[in-house]
Design a binder for this molecule. Structure first.
Ligand code: PLP
Length: 368
């Protein structure tokens, strides 16, 4: 018998599956990289902001030195933007890091972590990685059922993840419902509101979660620089919470978890209002372009508040994988979501107008 390493719950982990890289699809299907359209990872189709590129070029001079482990400049930029003191901020190597820090710092093996069905898969991974017990509450209309979640809280529940808007379904919980939920959660249970797509919300849907952080010591709001800010490759995210909770997270944070280039770029991107507005605008237009075509083609989709759309591509449980493969052969990369329990669906990130058009054309020919 071969030696088995690690605890059973770690051996049972199914590793995170990201969007296929362009180079890999080019190799596998014998395609020219330049013709491939990638709409698979909710990246910003505008790429990175020029302001961030310039900031990084300057920061390159100092790469012989360690990063600032406290991220002074970046925290100052977050303070300026959101009006919270520096000891309310935790920096992460992507917000994925923040989510894992929360699980590791707040939950023991056997205690419970709650999240919704069809919610971000990293919640399930972070739960399993520490040997905690998952409470996956059935979704309602593909989104969070907060009433059911409040009722499902057990005495050993320590952490609740809520993605708003949610990935991969694009659903959104309005502010009033979220606030009512926060009022019901026991004060020893930490709620993480993962707002990775917050910057894409239309003004009428924006809400003041930072104001809630002032009221609820058990609330942590997570943000990322990977989506609307266009810095997915650099890995920067941050959390805002009251000092007691922030302190606990920072006790287990790696001292240099956000590298120097990432810190410099994030400072520049945070204050680049023009880029953020452009990103939101491209997204709004792309969403209209895609959903208009889906309507015309009779394709069911979940109305989305993020920079992606979940579409149903067939009635049988092989549909998602089959259509995905056919799209790959045509050089279009989207995201199958069978691992989320949605085998009939695909998630499509919203791209530039020409990328959306290429995807729609490929989809039409595949579904014909
Ligand atoms: C993309 C995404 C993240 C962010 O990931 P990073 O690690 O910051 O790149 C976090 N939460 C959700 C729900 C996401 O979709």
């Amino acid at each position: 018998m071969s030696i088995q390493f690690g605890p059973e719950y770690v051996r049972a982990l199914a590793p995170y599956q990201g969007g296929k890289p362009i180079a890999e699809v080019a190799r596998e299907f014998g395609l020219d990289e330049a013709t491939i359209v990638k709409l698979a990872s909710n990246e910003n189709p505008l790429g990175m902001p020029e302001s961030a590129r310039q900031a990084m070029l300057e920061a390159v001079q100092d790469l012989g030195r360690y990063p600032d482990s406290n991220g002074f400049e970046l925290k100052a930029a977050i303070t300026a933007k959101y009006g919270v003191p520096q000891d309310w901020i935790t920096l992460g190597n992507g917000s994925n890091d923040i989510l894992e820090l929360a699980a590791h710092a707040l939950v023991q093996p056997q205690q419970a972590i709650m999240y919704s069905e069809y919610s971000f898969i990293v919640y399930a991974l972070a739960t399993q990685a520490i040997g905690a017990r998952p409470i996956a509450v059935p979704a309602k209309n593909h989104g969070h059922d907060l009433k059911a979640m409040a009722q499902a809280i057990t005495p050993d529940t320590r952490l609740i993840f809520i993605a708003n808007p949610n990935n991969p379904t694009g659903t959104f919980v309005p502010a009033a419902e979220l606030e009512a939920f926060l009022n019901q959660v026991p004060s020893n249970v930490v709620v993480v509101i993962d707002e990775a797509y917050n910057e894409y919300l239309a003004p009428q849907h924006q809400y003041e979660s930072i104001a809630w952080v002032r009221r609820f010591p058990n609330l942590l709001v997570s943000r990322t620089m990977s989506k609307a800010y266009g810095l997915a490759g650099l890995r920067v995210g941050f959390a805002i919470a009251q000092p007691e909770l922030t302190d606990i997270l920072n006790r287990i944070r790696q001292p240099f978890n956000v590298n120097s280039l990432a810190q410099a770029a994030a400072v520049a991107a945070l204050t680049d209002r023009e880029f953020l507005e452009k990103s939101a605008q491209v997204n709004t237009q792309g969403y209209a372009q895609l959903t208009k075509a889906f309507d015309a083609m009779g394709i069911e989709y979940v109305p989305s508040y993020g920079n992606f759309v979940l579409i149903r591509v067939g009635d049988d449980d092989g549909a998602g994988a089959r259509v995905n493969l056919a799209l790959l052969k045509q050089g279009v990369i989207v995201r199958p979501v069978g691992n989320y329990g949605l085998p009939q669906w695909l998630r499509v990130s919203i791209g530039l107008p020409e990328e959306n058009a290429a995807f729609l054309e490929a989809l039409k020919s595949v579904l014909k």
